[in-house]
Design a protein around this ligand. Structure first.
Ligand code: C5P
Length: 233
């Protein structure tokens, strides 16, 4: 397994193992990690993890578990047993669910990073109100980030705007994994409120999830190099 110090996590949002591996084969495991999400994993199963690990990549398995504590703990252990670098769950599942997952990893001596989703960035105030939460999304994000930290999570998935606030609330070493990143050379696509990689790191993000600016580029490694350049400028 290549050990990388890069903050970059490239999202492999593909519907088949073949297309995902075709992209992975154009990337360098010493310069980025890869994210596998629900569609690719549901279609390809654990074979995708094996194939990416075999190519030397560290993998963030983005399945956002949310269930009773025992079920989530078992799912997190299953991910960690397969060697994934990072896995996530919904903080809304509560303290006992998160603690059960933490305990399971610690008990098995597994070093997989366990991070939480707070409020989905697709949710606005009105969406939260419909679920019975009459609060500003940011205050719910803060509340769930604190709960995640207190329940032993290593960090959260958050927008770069939230990263800034969460650095104050949860500290520098609490991981902040941030999508919605657009290098200065890239189109925004369907993302709103995008930040450049350098802006996101300045805001407190520790890891950056980047999809289409790299995966849709004619030369993915050249796009990745351009992002590295922006980060070191
Ligand atoms: O192509 P793009 O850079 O927009 O991809 C971003 C990745 O991050 C996708 O896998 C998307 O599902 C994920 N993501 C996101 N916004 C969130 C949470 C996850 O874009 N709030």
């Amino acid at each position: 397994m290549a050990v990388t110090r890069s903050p970059l996590i490239i999202a492999l949002d593909y519907a088949s193992l073949d297309t995902a591996l075709c992209m992975a084969d154009q990337l360098d495991p010493s310069r980025c990690r890869l994210k596998v999400g629900k569609e690719l994993f549901t279609r390809s199963g654990p074979a995708v993890l094996e194939a990416l690990h075999g190519r030397g990549f560290e993998v963030f398995l983005d399945l956002k578990f949310h269930d009773i504590p025992n079920t989530v703990a078992a799912a997190v252990q299953a991910a960690a047993d397969q060697g994934v670098w990072m896995v996530n769950l919904h903080a809304a599942g509560g303290r006992r669910m998160m603690e059960a997952a933490r305990e399971r990893l610690d008990h098995a001596g597994l070093a997989t990073h366990l991070i939480a989703v707070t409020v989905l960035t697709s949710m606005e105030r009105a969406d939260l109100a419909e679920t019975g939460l009459d609060v500003e999304p940011m205050s719910q994000v803060e509340r769930l980030a604190r709960l995640a930290r207190d329940s032993g999570m290593d960090g959260v998935v958050c927008s770069a705007q939230e990263a800034q606030r969460l650095r104050d609330v949860c500290g520098d070493t609490f991981l902040k994994v941030t999508p919605g990143i657009r290098p200065s050379f890239a189109a925004a696509d369907d993302q709103r409120r995008v930040l450049t990689p350098a802006e996101a790191i300045r805001a407190g993000s520790t890891h950056l999830v980047v999809g289409r600016p790299v995966t849709q580029a004619r030369e993915p490694m050249a796009a990745l190099a351009a992002i590295e350049q922006e980060l070191s400028a």
